[in-house]
Ligand binder design. Structure first.
Ligand SMILES: NC(=O)c1ccc[n+]([C@@H]2O[C@H](COP(=O)([O-])OP(=O)(O)OC[C@H]3O[C@@H](n4cnc5c(N)ncnc54)[C@H](O)[C@@H]3O)[C@@H](O)[C@H]2O)c1
Length: 252
């Protein structure tokens, strides 16, 4: 198993891509902490994933990534229960879909808080525990919008994901001395139940499929597999990488 004996904190893991990352981590033997504001879904996900492997485990911890106190409580709980931390996955993110001219400043603040302040605080408070564990891996969920100005996506989301790309590289250079690697993952559009409304419009469907050289959307498992690799010791020399999982979308 590729993640045996590793302890991972995964944010936004109650549902969607975070839950799939947690599922794949469990298949590879990790102990995962499902961290989310949504306690009902988070508890259910943790319960289902706990049974998935005979080694490691899964438990839910309530976390609001925008709150420094909330992060401190999570890492204190992880320290008490597991005594170590090997992987932090900053996956929680929101997208309020309005172009710059229509974006209320409150929505801008909300997106900056979850998408940037969240990972910033997570990294800030994970570092001491990662260092005490002899090093580890920090993984940030960016997007193709963290690499290119994506014409179907609003400027605010792109701003937050672009900032995350360089937060990643900055951490990668500063904390490599502590054997802490930091990488970001950049998916193109993922085929999720939430996306079905967008895909039911034939024009928007053609736009989304047409931009991918491989001619299909990403699956949640495509994305989660990249996280497994970057979290594992197979990626021991990957640091500061912005890894697209986009079927070639950013390669045109
Ligand atoms: N779905 C895509 O097509 C796609 C593509 C590229 C990147 N991404 C990124 O992947 C990540 C996950 O996306 P998704 O589609 O699974 O989203 P989702 O909305 O299905 O899940 C997001 C999760 O984050 C949690 N969350 C929201 N605010 C939080 C907070 N303040 N504190 C803790 N948890 C919070 C939600 O409760 C939810 O469980 C996001 O960062 C998103 O930007 C998604």
């Amino acid at each position: 198993m590729r993640l045996a004996n590793k302890v991972a904190v995964i944010t936004g893991a109650a549902q969607g891509l975070g839950a799939e990352i947690a599922r794949r981590f469990r298949e590879e033997g990790a102990t995962v902490y499902i961290c989310d504001v949504n306690a009902d879904e988070g508890e259910k996900t943790a319960l289902a994933l706990a049974k998935l492997s005979s080694i490691g485990g899964a438990s839910f911890l309530k976390l609001d990534v925008t709150s420094e106190e909330s992060w401190k409580s999570v890492f204190e709980a992880v320290r008490q229960k597991s005594g170590r931390l090997d992987v932090l996955v900053n996956n929680a993110g929101i997208n309020i879909r309005k172009n710059i001219e229509e974006m209320p400043v409150e929505s801008l603040d909300a997106m900056l808080a979850v998408n940037i302040k969240g990972p910033f605080l997570g990294i800030k408070h994970a570092l001491p525990l990662l260092r005490a564990s002899g090093g580890g891996s920090i993984l940030n969920m960016s997007s193709v919008c963290g690499i290119i100005g994506h014409k179907y996506t609003n400027e605010t989301y792109t701003t937050t994901k672009g900032a995350l790309t360089l937060l990643t590289k900055s951490i990668a250079t500063r904390y490599a001395k502590d054997n802490i690697r930091c990488n970001s993952v950049h998916p193109s559009t993922v085929d999720t139940p939430l996306l079905q409304t967008v895909l039911s419009d034939p024009v928007r469907r053609a736009e989304r499929y047409g931009e991918v050289p491989l001619g299909r959307l990403a699956t949640a498992t495509d994305v989660a597999n990249a996280f497994v690799y970057l979290a594992s010791d197979e990626a021991a020399f990957l640091n500061g990488v912005a890894l697209p999982v986009d079927g070639g979308t950013t390669a045109w």
